[in-house]
Structure formats: C-alpha cells, structure tokens
Design a protein around this ligand. Structure first.
Ligand code: NI
Length: 174
C-alpha cells in the first residue's frame, strides 16, 4: 500500500466529474487500499478518488477512525469502500454540520444537507450493496459523493466565504 499525494483546492481537477468504474478488479482494489492508506495518513474520515487525481467514481470512508472531534462514531474503526455510489433516497430533514475536507487543509464551514440518505453502491468485491445512513455517516457520504460530480463543500457557501477560503489556501501553497 502507498500514501498518494492529495489534490488541493483550487486545483481545477477537483471541479471535473468522475467516470463510472466498469468493473471492480484487483487493480481497483489495490487502488482503494492506497486511498484508504492515504485517508488514514491524513487523519480523514472520507476520501474520493479525484482527491488523489483519479477521475473514477470511488470513495473510501471510515467515520470511526481517529479524530476525537467525531464522538458520534463511537470510536470503532469500520473501513468502507464504495464504487459507483448513488443516492436513491434522501430525507426532507436538513441538518447543519461544520465540514472540512482533505483537499482544503485547515478550512471548515457549516453546510446544510439532508439528515438521512440511502445509497446504492458496489463494495470492495464488486457486489451491489445498499446503505442507509444517518448523522455523520450520511454527512460524510454526501460530501464524498459531491466530489464525484466535481462539487466541493465551499460551493454551498456565500461568495464571500468561498473567496476567503480560496485566498487562504492559495497563500498556504506559496
Ligand atoms: Ni472532501
């Protein structure tokens, strides 16, 4: 396994949509292992393939990993691999959460999203699965799914807040 370099905003690759995976192969699995390793190394709870520069509809998540900030997870590690995920149901209930992103180091902002989603996806072995997610898991999977469509969490913010975050990241890159 390997830790891959992260793509940092405002890198334009983050704004491009990703392509569906045709088949989950050993190569796909090796890539997902690298993604998980990369996510853990960066203390993240979710990562989309495009965040390591690959335009494929693949996500890894582990809301139980590290981070004392996320008490809700109960602390147990549960790695999840989602290929070609799609939301097939969502609640009308909306909630607010202070989101961050590994492509936006050190930046956080409140974003509103549905509290519940049901997601269809292919697992690590290419088998179709359904996930019903509430709370932090629902939050995380929606944030990661956005990445696959070339969308990032600052797209939900006001122009002023988005510009402020963009300036900070550009400054940090120098
Ligand atoms: Ni993100």
């Amino acid at each position: 396994m390997a830790v891959l370099p992260l793509v940092i905003y405002p890198d334009p690759r983050l704004l491009e949509p990703s392509k569906p995976v045709e088949a989950v192969t050993d190569e796909t699995r090796a890539f997902m292992d690298d993604m998980m390793e990369t996510m853990y190394a960066s203390q993240g709870i979710g990562l989309a393939a495009i965040q390591v520069g690959v335009h494929q509809r693949i996500l890894v998540m582990d809301i139980g990993f590290a981070s004392g900030r996320y008490k809700e997870s109960g602390g147990g590690s549960k790695p999840m691999y989602l290929v070609n995920p799609e939301i097939i149901e969502e609640s009308e209930d909306i909630c607010v959460f202070d989101e961050g992103c590994l492509s936006f180091p050190g930046q956080y902002a409140e974003v509103e999203r549905p509290e519940y989603v049901k997601v269809r996806y292919l697992d690590y072995h290419g088998k179709e699965q359904f996930m019903e997610a509430h709370g932090l898991l629902a939050r995380c999977v929606q944030h990661e799914l956005d990445h696959l469509d070339g969308k990032v969490f600052v797209d939900y913010l006001s122009r002023t807040k988005r510009d402020l975050i963009t300036r900070r990241l550009k400054k940090r890159a120098k």
